[in-house]
Design a binder for this molecule. Structure first.
Ligand code: PEP
Ligand code: MG
Length: 575
């Protein structure tokens, strides 16, 4: 038995079988080829196998996520059946005496160029991505390499990967997964957020684990501690027994806390805190409500886009937003407009590669550039807002002008709906995410012109401390408790209060029990958290004194180092 350590991305305890998620090597020797007839036969078999795989994924997805997600793959199946494309490959095989693998690659580059020329419009470029997927699938089948995908997992799997991106996990088989371990990735990387929304343990920043594992190994994840996670490789029988007991005790405690879920989050001296949940889908909302969520402080809409091989249209988006707000029965639903770019790639939207994607065309910048994409979402939001308390929030704002531009586009979306006689609410409350240092310094202006602010501390920490949130190599620099962060939060909350508006925190910091007293003390009015922590956070808030939180926050923010802050907060919070 070997034990590795990593960073806690999402707490919990789990054991299970390793599922290695690594891209297969698709290398071949171009001189090894049979007769054209033999190569043609190999190709026919590979087409049939690829078609069968696609059909399988389509059926699995239709069952797990609904019909609309199943037919995403129908487009690829149609492409695979396209006679012109097959003819192109067959011609290459005959003319150039290539092996089947090389013929597929040659046909791809011809077709690829053709698509790329036609596809100035980002909506069309997705066909190129589809074609790339199909050709890889055919190649893999020609080479007899098994598919590695997260869409169909053996029961009780712990997925181990170098890194996991939202595009990998969007199609994931949620039923059979018990946890995640990745070599790379920081505490607020998206796999962490996803794992939390699924209430599954996840460990990131575990370098070298892939070299230690084979596909027949078992793992036990002890991710109870917020600071350090333990990964046991092939635990012996004694450890397995010990682990089973730990697991039972951990989940029993969680169960016991469920009695808190419908109590009011109010401190002993009467300060009410708005407590809401972070979600990425209607399924997440249902899960959040089972933990007592009464409102949503952050709906990450990009997950709707990440799941899909085509961009969701206005009607599809409207249905999702309307369904969510109706389920909340008058509760607040803060919907964040599309936040892609950075590490969030949308398959259906192939964008130019950037040198510094986190400083590039991200969030509101991308939406302001692709107005059609933005207007489609805004129309869907305004329409859904007639069904309940929808508020719209813009990500990655770094200037007041961006808020004004977004407002102007809301007016355009409303005018368009009005001219077509479509019911909508033209003026839902608009807020800004405070995620950039500029937004902290402009919080006064932003809360004068907007209705609220919510601090995205995952990005705010990244940009304020200039440290990549996804890079485990520099995780020691990702100081979430730095006095610089605390002061920025305090400044933002004060600016909002001055303008009679509220300030929330929707980054991962809001779910950390060590941070909650200090956030409240700094003047934060709303915490939007990972749903599974709601009962525990209600219990914690009900045990706090607001006046004490204020003293604590003032002292912590005045300290010089994160270490001092943590020692102080641990002493004050846990004794
Ligand atoms: C944040 O940056 O804190 C945030 C909530 O947004 P995301 O994690 O989706 O970037
Ligand atoms: Mg962010």
């Amino acid at each position: 038995m070997k034990v590795l350590t990593g960073l806690t991305a999402s707490p919990g305890i789990a054991s299970g079988k390793v599922y290695l998620f690594t891209a297969p090597a698709l290398a071949y020797d171009p001189t090894q080829r049979g007769s054209p007839a033999e190569e043609e036969k190999r190709l026919e078999e590979a087409y049939a196998a690829a078609f069968g795989e696609l059909e399988n994924i389509k059926n699995t997805l239709s069952k797990s996520l609904g019909e609309e997600f199943g037919h995403i793959f129908r487009a690829q199946m149609t492409m695979l059946e396209d006679d012109d494309f097959k003819q192109e490959i067959a011609d290459r095989l005959k003319e150039n005496t290539l092996c089947a693998e090389a013929a597929v690659e040659a046909a791809y580059s011809t077709y690829g160029e053709l698509f790329a020329e036609m596809a100035e419009d980002s909506y069309n470029i997705q066909r190129l991505a589809d074609l790339n997927d199909i050709c890889k699938r055919i190649l893999r089948n020609l080479l007899g390499v098994e598919e590695v995908s997260l869409s169909s997992l053996p029961p009780g799997s712990i997925v181990v990967a170098e890194e996991l991106f939202p595009s990998d996990t969007a199609m994931m088989d949620r039923e059979n997964i018990r946890g995640f371990v990745t070599e790379k990735g920081g505490l607020t990387s998206h796999v962490a957020i996803l794992a939390k929304s699924l209430s599954l343990p996840a460990v990131v920043g575990t370098p070298g684990i892939l070299n230690e594992l084979t596909k027949d190994d078992t793992l036990a994840l002890d991710v109870r501690d917020f600071e350090q996670a333990l990964v046991y490789i092939n635990p012996d029988s004694k450890k397995r027994e010990e682990f089973a007991a730990l697991e039972r005790a951990y989940y029993k405690r969680r169960e016991e806390l469920m009695v808190m879920k419908d109590l009011e989050p109010v401190t002993l001296d009467g300060k009410k805190i708005t407590l809401s949940a972070n979600i990425g889908s209607v399924e997440d909302l249902i899960n959040a409500q089972s933990y007592g969520a009464k409102g949503v402080g952050l709906f990450r809409t990009e997950f709707l886009f990440l799941r899909s091989a085509t961009l969701p249209n206005e009607e599809e988006q409207y249905k999702v937003y309307a369904e969510a707000v109706k389920k909340l029965n008058g509760g607040m639903l803060i919907i964040r407009t599309l936040d892609i770019g950075g590490d969030k790639e949308v398959k259906a939207l192939v964008l130019p590669k950037e040198e510094n994607p986190f400083l590039g065309l991200r969030g509101i910048r991308l939406c302001l550039k692709h107005e059609d994409l933005f207007l489609t979402q805004l129309r869907a939001l305004l329409r859904a807002a007639v069904h309940g308390d929808i508020r719209i929030m813009f990500p990655m704002v770094s200037a007041v002008a961006e808020l004004r531009q977004a407002k102007a586009l809301i007016d355009r979306a409303a005018a368009d709906l009005k001219s077509r006689g479509i019911p909508h609410r033209p003026d839902p409350p608009l807020g800004v995410m405070v995620e950039t240092p500029a937004a902290v310094f402009l919080a006064d202006e932003l809360t004068r012109e907007g209705s609220f602010v919510s601090m995205g501390t995952n990005d705010l920490t990244q940009y304020l401390l200039s440290v990549d949130r996804g890079n485990e190599e520099i995780s020691a620099y990702y100081r979430t408790f730095s006095p610089a962060i605390l002061r920025a939060i305090g400044m933002t909350a004060r600016a909002a209060r001055k303008n009679g508006k509220w300030a929330g925190v929707c980054g991962e910091l809001a779910s950390n029990p060590l941070a909650i007293p200090v956030l409240i003390g700094l003047g934060v009015d709303e915490l939007s958290v990972t749903a599974q922590f709601l009962p525990q956070i209600i219990a914690q808030i009900r045990s706090l004194n607001y006046s004490h939180c204020r003293e604590l926050a003032e002292k912590a923010a005045a300290m010089a180092t994160q270490e001092e802050v943590k020692v102080f907060l641990k002493k004050e919070t846990y004794t």
